[in-house]
Design a protein around this ligand. Structure first.
Ligand code: XIL
Length: 341
């Protein structure tokens, strides 16, 4: 097999996130690589509300039109990300104070955007990251003004405009048992309220040792038991320790320990290449075992240069989470994924 998309053809879509540079085809080699390897795309940033509706009723579809045209030209499955999210939110939306104005904003934003790309976008992340780690609903301007039924309103509005597009709930850390249970409840609640939900997206911003394969498998089984599809929507595997939950001094300590792997753009040391490859191999083996339940596996970027993890959550860190290196060459991790087929 000479590409990821041909290797996994018939199993699930293999996608990548695209940001402005790739959408605008700034580099022909990158465009070639994308069209050769991937058959699905997600907009990394450009469809978030701060870009699509920066001011009330002033929509800017310039980049999103280019994004959709890119997908059509290369005959790809085109995903939309994301209609309702507390982050990268248009500033004016964050200032909404009451439920009537919130309902008006949600209805207008979702209606306008979904209608604009009806028949072109194949699936939408309707709501992104609505849950806390303990499985309760996260405090947000949506919850605070409208209450928990903002989810039902969002899904129903999207389905009313385009009955054919697949509608997803998307979140991270769904392998965490409490959050996974929260997501199961969230889906059940939407179903109980008569809203159409077609899938759950597990972002998949993972590490070399966490989550475990058992935990990942549980998310696949729990969500598919609700009758919805499962997508791994933003897959990348950090080779650096997670700074979450650590305090200031500990973060600097861990950061100092990573220094050997930096500075950017040196390549990943060979021993780490092997570990990353093994981790990807294990994960894709599990995906294949459950391919009937999985709709799409999308990497959060094309190559390591593009990865958001290079500056997140600590500025200046270099990470190596994807299948292609900074020179667009396939890493050992690429071989380990494609060799399963
Ligand atoms: C990230 C992008 O990759 C960054 O470029 C941006 O600065 C912040 O957002 N969960 C999501 C994605 O749903 O939209 C986020 O993307 C990563 C975490």
């Amino acid at each position: 097999k000479n590409s990821l998309k041909s290797a996994y053809n018939g199993d699930f879509y293999i996608g990548t996130a695209l940001d402005v540079n790739q959408i605008e085809e700034k580099n022909a080699k990158v465009t070639q690589l994308i069209s050769k390897e991937f058959n699905a795309i997600t907009p990394e940033n450009i469809m978030k509300s701060m870009f699509l509706q920066p001011e009330e009723n002033k929509f800017d579809f310039n980049l999103s039109d280019k994004y959709v045209a890119f997908g059509q030209k290369h005959n790809m499955f085109i995903h939309g990300h994301t209609l309702v999210w507390h982050s990268q939110l248009a500033p004016w939306m964050s200032k909404i104070k009451d439920s009537v104005s919130m309902a008006k904003m949600l209805t207008n934003h979702i209606t306008t955007v979904v209608k604009k790309y009806q028949g072109k976008i194949d699936s939408w992340d309707v709501v992104n990251e609505a849950l806390n780690e303990d499985g309760t609903l996260r405090k947000s301007v949506f919850l605070n003004t409208y209450g928990k039924d903002f989810l039902t309103l969002a899904f129903k509005t999207a389905a009313k405009i385009d009955s054919k597009v697949d509608l997803y709930y998307n979140d991270y850390n769904l392998c965490n048992a409490k959050k996974r249970k929260g997501a199961v409840e969230l889906v059940k609640n939407l179903q109980k309220n008569g809203a159409k939900i077609d899938g759950v997206g597990e972002q998949g911003h993972w590490h070399l040792d966490t989550p475990t394969l058992e935990e990942i498998e549980k998310t696949i089984l729990d969500f598919s038991a609700l009758g919805v599809k499962v997508a791994f929507s933003e897959l990348d595997i950090s080779v650096l320790p997670s700074p979450y939950g650590l305090q200031g001094a500990e973060i600097s300590q861990r950061f100092a320990n990573n220094e050997k792997m930096n500075p950017y753009p040196k390549t990943l040391p060979d021993s780490m290449q092997v570990k990353l490859a093994q981790r990807y191999n294990d994960i894709f083996k599990l995906f294949l075992k459950h391919k009937d339940k999985i709709s799409r596996v999308t990497f959060w970027g094309v190559n390591d240069t593009q990865s958001w993890l290079n500056d997140f959550p600590i500025k200046g860190r270099t990470d190596y989470p994807l299948l292609f290196d900074s020179n667009l060459q396939p890493k050992k991790a690429y071989e380990s994924v494609i060799s399963l087929k």
